[in-house]
Design a protein around this ligand. Structure first.
Ligand code: HEM
Ligand code: HEM
Length: 372
């Protein structure tokens, strides 16, 4: 019976608490989105100076600050401990949700017809002809270069999106539009990334290896569903990546290589200076806003893919998988792991090198670098 007064007391408190924050949340959201909108084109600071006027709308958040300025120290503690508590809650919630999913998936596998389905569609179908098993040197190298470039592309793209005061600017030799050094880096890496992707695609088709990552039968869908169900039960599909991927893997690799990568390119080029400005009908049919709206979610897709991909590489026989893609053999030893570690070390070095002091001399070879 104690339960009655408790909710009664809590309810108004709970109702009052969220009632206040929304005002703050709205103010914060406006303040947060506003600079982002201006940061999208950091390359035109002059016009920004004019456009910066509306950004003065942001000050309300700043004006509000004195009011809350007593809070920071206490708030830091409060929010600090709250975040920790929230993290713990989140972690517990995630584990509970995962456990429920696993149990539910296991339940599903006992439903009538499902065992037969899993038997009929084991999670992979055989390749149309025997493509050569294994990972040739060019697949290993393009995969490594892809990791290296992709990490820096994501980072520089994120900087383009968030950095309001780029440390430097770059103007092409031909005297085109001035852009931030972040965008210069982003686009220069994109050119290398596209070249790498093109080499991969040509060799993929020339070698007949394409059928490993391009679905060749409608059976890919029920098999992918079957593989997903097996992943969810934690009774994972048989690992056979040396010869053939499971259907879920195949679909994801296909999506990444043949849908997401071209989408990133076509939306990126639309926003860039490479795009023809005078093609009026084309530009009306394919508006830059559409490209802008798609480009960022495409990055999110890449990030999500990479997280799951790398998790599964490590969770489904790390040494063997790493030997496939980094060592080119199907044995189980540490060679692939150390080559992978070297790849990560080089990528990390690239991350630290990608700063103005290193970039400026390179950017100068292709144009002018200025601090504003
Ligand atoms: C630390 C990062 C990464 C690691 C450790 C890794 C590891 C691997 C491994 C071991 C395989 C072979 C799977 C098997 O044998 O079953 C593979 C294949 C593949 N990975 Fe990654 N990968 C990484 C990052 C990426 C990134 C950033 C992308 C793309 C955005 C990517 C796309 C692919 C694709 C498309 C394949 C299939 C390629 C083919 O068979 O030709 N990977 N990866
Ligand atoms: C050929 C490929 C690409 C080209 C030509 C390209 C080009 C561009 C351009 C011109 C911008 C600036 C947009 C602006 O000024 O508002 C941009 C932003 C960005 N790019 Fe790319 N990009 C490419 C690939 C990628 C890839 C593969 C990723 C990540 C996986 C990526 C992530 C981003 C992000 C996060 C931004 C910031 C977007 C925003 O402000 O909303 N880009 N890219």
């Amino acid at each position: 019976m104690q339960a009655v007064p408790e909710p009664v007391v809590q309810a108004p408190a709970a109702a009052a608490a969220p009632a206040a924050p929304p005002a703050v949340v709205v103010a914060e959201t406006v303040a947060a989105t506003e600079p982002q909108a201006t940061s999208i084109e950091p390359e035109i600071p002059e016009t920004r100076a004019v456009a910066a006027a509306p950004a003065a709308a942001a000050p309300p958040a700043v004006v509000e600050k004195p009011e809350t300025s007593k809070r920071p120290k206490a708030a830091a503690k409060l929010y600090g401990s709250r975040t920790l508590a929230q993290w713990i809650k989140l972690a517990v919630g995630a584990v509970a949700a995962a456990a429920i999913l696993v149990l539910a998936a296991r339940g599903v596998t006992t439903l009538p017809g499902v065992p037969e389905f899993l038997e009929r569609y084991p999670g992979e179908y055989s390749l149309p002809q025997s493509a050569d098993a294994g990972f040739p040197w060019w697949a290993q190298w393009t995969h490594f270069l892809n990791i290296f470039l992709m990490v820096l592309i994501i980072r520089s793209g994120y900087q383009v999106r968030t950095q309001q005061k780029p440390p430097a600017f770059w103007t092409p030799k031909s005297g085109g539009k001035k852009i931030s050094i972040n965008l210069w880096l982003h686009q220069s890496l994109d050119i290398l990334w596209l070249a790498n992707g093109l080499i991969f695609a040509v060799l993929l088709f020339a070698s007949g290896r394409w059928m490993r990552i391009v679905p060749t039968s409608w059976e890919v869908f029920p098999n992918a569903l079957s593989a997903l169900l097996q992943y969810m039960t934690l009774d994972w599909p048989v690992e056979n990546g040396w010869v053939n991927y499971n259907s879920l893997q195949q679909l994801m690799y296909f999506l990444v290589v043949f849908i997401a990568a071209p989408l990133a390119a076509i939306t990126g080029v639309r926003m860039s200076e490479f795009w023809p400005k005078n093609a009026k009908t084309l530009n009306k049919a394919y508006q830059v806003e559409v490209a802008r709206a798609l480009h960022f979610p495409t990055m999110l897709f890449f990030v999500l893919f990479i997280l799951i991909h790398v998790f599964l590489v490590f969770a489904t026989g790390a040494l063997r998988n790493l030997n496939h893609m980094f060592g080119g053999t199907d044995v189980i030893n540490w060679t692939g792991f150390w080559l992978f570690a070297a790849a990560i070390a080089i990528t990390t070095a690239g991350w630290y090198a990608a700063r103005p002091i290193v970039l400026a001399p390179i950017a100068k070879l292709f144009g002018q670098v200025s601090s504003r």
